[in-house]
Write a protein that binds this ligand. Structure first.
Ligand code: DCC
Length: 247
């Protein structure tokens, strides 16, 4: 089953239709996808079928009407940093979209599953976030606007939701810099509550790598940097695409 799935993923990778050609993926993500593809050929009929199944995956990391003026201002500031080697990473509703050849395989493998942080279609209700990364500086920053469905203490964000955005942002940072990983350990110190509806910066930095282990540290601050909301360290362990998918 796994072998066939990977073969199918490989076909999809090698024959992406124009609308799915992932121009917006970073070079490293493209490399990861291509590296995971198995070299073999399939009948044209299979390729035609796989093309028919494909459509461009929605990128959730771009502005939508729920984004506040502060969120937009930060987004524009980091977008303008492009020349300084910052790039915005696309955000899909499944990790699988990055890991095994795109939307097509996502539809075949547990098709109703969704990334926890992207499980609400209603814009602004839950996790609104986008991530910019800087490879040379081994850093990433997540702009996070917390919606009303993330409430924990009255008017403030649930600690589990904060842990989720930290896990996601540091995980994206680790994946971007070292390839596919899973979280092995996460330590969080909550310093100040995050008001619902506010926009915060989740700044991540790769501390070091040791073999398969990637250590990332993280700070959440208010948008202007004046208030520290949380500090965290995370350990990620590199895994194969097969481990990630769970075959
Ligand atoms: C670009 C955008 C993309 C998009 C990206 C989207 C990002 C989403 C990110 C979300 C990520 C998640 O939530 S992941 C979901 C939560 N995580 C999980 O469910 C993981 C459950 N755990 C596991 O599956 C496993 O324990 C692994 C994979 C973590 C490790 O197992 P393994 O592969 O067998 O490796 P193992 O030999 O045990 O460990 C390898 C090395 O790590 C060390 N190690 C392992 N666990 C720990 C630990 N808890 N604390 C300390 N050290 C540890 C070992 O001592 C060893 O060190 P040494 O002897 O080599 O020195």
């Amino acid at each position: 089953m796994w072998r066939n799935t990977m073969r199918f993923a490989a076909v999809l990778c090698r024959h992406l239709p124009p609308q799915m050609n992932p121009q917006n993926l970073t070079a490293s993500l493209k490399k990861m996808i291509l590296e995971s593809a198995v070299k073999f050929s399939r009948p044209a009929r299979t390729i035609a079928w796989s093309r028919a199944l494909c459509s461009a995956p929605k990128d959730y990391g771009v502005p939508n009407p729920s984004w506040s003026a502060e969120m937009m201002s930060l987004y524009e500031r980091y977008s303008a940093k492009g020349a300084e080697s910052w790039e915005r990473l696309p955000s899909y509703k499944r990790y699988l979209t990055y890991s095994a050849g795109g939307q097509c395989l996502s539809r075949l493998h547990k098709p109703t599953a969704r990334l926890f942080t992207r499980n609400l279609e209603e814009e602004g209700a839950g996790f609104e976030y986008t991530v910019f990364a800087n490879k040379a500086e081994r850093r990433a920053v997540c702009l996070f606007q917390a919606g009303p469905l993330l409430e924990g203490p009255p008017g403030h964000v649930h600690g589990g939701a904060i842990a989720t955005i930290i896990d996601s942002a540091t995980g994206i940072c680790a994946t971007y810099l070292t390839g596919f990983v899973m979280t092995a350990n996460l330590n969080i110190n909550y310093r100040n509550p995050i008001p619902l509806g506010s926009v915060v910066l989740v700044e991540c930095e790769l501390d070091r790598t040791e073999g398969r282990k990637t250590f990332v540290s993280c700070r959440i601050t208010s948008a202007d940097g004046s208030k520290l909301h949380a500090e965290a360290t995370a350990l990620f362990v590199s895994v194969s695409v097969g481990t990630l998918i769970g075959f």
